[in-house]
Design a protein around this ligand. Structure first.
Ligand code: ADP
Ligand code: MG
Length: 310
């Protein structure tokens, strides 16, 4: 059989745990698997590369003859994308957009594509995903680790300059209002996984595991033809609370436990904000994992469904 649908190829084993409010949402029925296909045993030794990029540690593990070249190109691609999308690098495209004083800025194909996709998901989720939250995230200290709870007045003032619908994207030209700042952090790592997957496949890689910190993407199966086994981290402790068995899939998680601080009032405040209030999202979910074919879709949905209010 050349392919089978996600539900056939994935087994979910959930270890019961009290009070876990958890949602695994399968993003479409599009995950194909190389069922039963064995890759020659001479390719069994993996090669791994770990590096720091996009504010996180990434590890890419690949099997295959061309592993070294594939890894070099994969790392180069991540560096290239980071240089386009960094909010703080003064030479990045996003920095140029954020500091253009309202003027139109020409961006690369990749940036236009990612922004267009992000805006599409913003519309589809009634604004739960909104890439204009950066100034408010900074006010909370999530971009600098100098955490503080902003006053309601300050948040209201900053909310006047947010709103994805104010972004103008025309082909490869982007224009945002003068006092707005955008950040594609909620979707960028997922899209990076997709683009790195392309690079690896172009190099003939048929078996690989990309770990982009919370974002896992797999190419094919393990070399013995069995699915990759992935532990899902518990939102409450260091352990994992479920195991997924997948192939050719992205498995992407967003949770309030990833980056947070406890305020003087004893409340926990996390890094995913509800764009309507400018405050940490309280949908009742503590962690959302999306499984699907496309990293960018899984990444966009994991963040937006964490926010989503019914
Ligand atoms: P990760 O921290 O693993 O990248 P996410 O993909 O869920 O997790 O992205 C969270 C990041 O997205 C936050 O650190 C913040 O920069 C940004 N963000 C927070 N809330 C929103 C939101 N409602 N819409 C879009 N981006 C957001
Ligand atoms: Mg995300």
């Amino acid at each position: 059989m050349a392919s089978s649908f996600l539900f056939n190829s994935m087994k979910i084993k959930v270890i019961p745990m009290k009070k876990v409010i958890f949602s695994i949402i399968t993003a479409g029925l599009l995950c194909f698997t190389a069922c039963g296909k064995k890759i020659d045993s001479f390719q069994n030794e993996p090669q791994s590369r770990s590096f720091f990029a996009m504010d996180t540690y990434m590890t890419i593990t690949v099997y295959g003859e061309n592993a070294e070249t594939a890894l070099n190109q994969a790392e180069e691609r991540v560096t290239e994308l980071e240089k386009m999308w960094s909010v703080t690098d003064e030479s990045s495209e996003i920095y140029a957009v954020n500091h253009s004083g309202g003027a139109s800025v020409a961006v690369s194909e990749e940036t236009a594509e990612l922004l267009d996709f992000s805006l599409e998901i913003s519309k589809a989720t009634n604004g739960a995903l909104d890439c204009t939250m950066y100034p408010i995230l900074t006010e909370w200290g999530f971009t600098t680790s100098n955490y503080k709870v902003p006053t309601d007045e300050k948040i209201s003032e900053l909310l006047e300059n947010t709103g994805y619908e104010k972004i103008r994207l025309d082909g490869n030209s982007v224009a945002i209002p003068e006092n707005m700042q955008i950040d594609l952090g909620a979707v960028g790592k997922g899209y990076t996984g997709d683009l790195v997957t392309e690079v690896l496949k172009e190099n003939g890689i048929e078996s690989a595991l990309l770990d982009l910190s919370g974002n896992i993407q797999t190419i094919g199966t393990k070399t013995d033809g069995t699915d990759w086994k992935l532990g899902l981290r518990s939102p409450f402790d260091e352990g994992s609370f479920a195991t997924l068995e997948v192939s050719d899939c992205a498995v992407i998680t967003s949770g309030g436990y990833e980056r947070y601080f406890v305020g003087d009032d004893g409340e926990t405040y996390w890094h995913i904000l509800d764009p309507e209030t400018g405050k940490p999202a309280h949908s009742g979910l503590v962690s959302v994992t999306i499984v699907g074919k496309e990293g960018r879709l899984c990444d966009a949905l994991s963040t937006s469904l964490f926010v989503y209010r019914a």
